[in-house]
Design a binder for this molecule. Structure first.
Ligand code: KG4
Ligand code: ZN
Length: 344
């Protein structure tokens, strides 16, 4: 597709049909990671820099938006500079600059998006605004030859969706959570049993040491491809209380919770892909880093499906997925005046 540069209004071809190598620099700052990346032709990562704020937010037990925005301001120029250094490229080598527009924390998004817009303006290159959720899906194009159509399970701190990806730009959400997102459920249950922030990866680790059938926890009963995780969270709360201050069998609780979540997710994903008749399934989002969910999804290979999951570092927030999304033109925003938004 063709995009315009901002000052001289030259037309620049971007994407798989452009006929030459594209180098897209992208910035991601929607939550607590300040990230900058350069990706060649949507699939080959030339530079991937992530400044994590986990240490800052750990003591509060969660992300404090105002503090996160300030940290983005401190890190943004550094990550951009490091991406140029790691790639050996100069601004004039960049085909277009991309930035996450939303959903996310508004103050945080403003920092990265304005940096991306400024780079595009200063270097007279096209600007491409990207939806964070589409970017998570596009992490699956990195280091692979994957092409739509496929069925996707998007699981992050804020979202849980089954998405029918018909083409690079045509996607339909078939179902989503009616209450908590999977990552949110992980983080809340982790807090209940006394694990520090961020709870998801810690819970995952302990779960691997426990018995997944120690406790029978309830699967959320919702129609179609929708999900519900708040009942499961309450069941864990009740279970924790039943120990009445006695030592908790933490590993078994984690393992039983993880078993319940992973089997629910995979059951619905399988139903969707069977119904649509696709041969490919992918997972995306921070929770796609989860060991048990990955294991169960990859078991679908035994049933003849091609399964793809991004490498761990491209599951959680990063800018390479944003660059890939910009290249494949996955519902992008090309107007330099595009405003950040907090909710999908
Ligand atoms: O996609 P992401 O980095 O940020 C959002 O866009 O929300 O996802 C963050 C979420 C957090 O809830 C975190 O606890 C969860 O992903 N997470 C995990 C694992 N690694 C990250 N949850 C379960 N198991 C993991 N290994
Ligand atoms: Zn994310």
């Amino acid at each position: 597709m063709e995009k315009k540069t901002l000052f001289s209004e030259k037309t620049v071809k971007i994407g798989p049909d452009s006929g030459y190598d594209n180098y897209i620099m992208a910035i991601e700052s929607s939550c607590d990671e300040t990230a900058c990346a350069i990706v060649k032709n949507g699939r080959e990562v030339i530079a991937n820099i992530v400044a994590s704020q986990i240490k800052t937010h750990e003591k509060f037990g969660g992300v404090i938006p105002e503090i996160a925005a300030r940290e983005h301001l401190d890190s943004i120029n550094i990550v951009v500079q490091e991406a140029f250094e790691q790639s050996g490229l100069k601004p004039e080598d960049i085909t277009a600059f991309a930035g996450t527009v939303g959903p996310g924390l508004v103050g945080c998004l403003l920092v990265g998006l304005n940096a991306a817009k400024t780079l595009a303006l200063v270097h007279d290159k096209p600007f491409i605004g990207v939806n964070h959720l589409n970017a998570h899906l596009c992490a699956n194009y990195i280091d692979t030859d994957l092409k739509p159509p496929f069925m996707a399970l998007l699981i992050s701190g804020g979202h849980t969706q089954i998405i029918d990806v018909e083409s690079y730009s045509k996607q339909t959400i078939l179902g989503e959570t009616i209450d908590d997102a999977v990552g949110e459920a992980y983080d809340k249950v982790a807090r209940l049993i006394g694990l520090p922030y961020p709870g998801g990866p810690r819970l995952d680790k302990l779960a691997q040491e426990g018995n997944p059938h120690a406790f029978d926890l309830p699967e959320g009963k919702v129609d179609g491809y929708n999900f519900s995780f708040s009942g499961l969270k309450t069941a864990v709360l009740r279970l924790v209380k039943s120990f009445d201050g006695k030592e908790l069998p933490v590993n078994d609780i984690c393992s039983s919770f993880q078993e319940c979540v992973s089997s629910t997710l995979v059951k619905k994903l399988k139903k969707a892909v069977e119904e649509r008749g696709y041969k490919q399934v992918v997972i995306a989002g921070g929770v796609a880093a989860n060991s048990e969910i990955r294991k169960k999804i990859f078991n679908l290979e035994n049933e003849g499906y091609r399964v793809n999951a991004p490498a761990m570092k491209y599951c959680t927030d990063n800018a390479s997925m944003v660059a890939s999304c910009a290249y494949f033109n996955t519902n992008t925003f090309d107007d330099i005046d595009v405003e950040v938004f907090s909710r999908a």
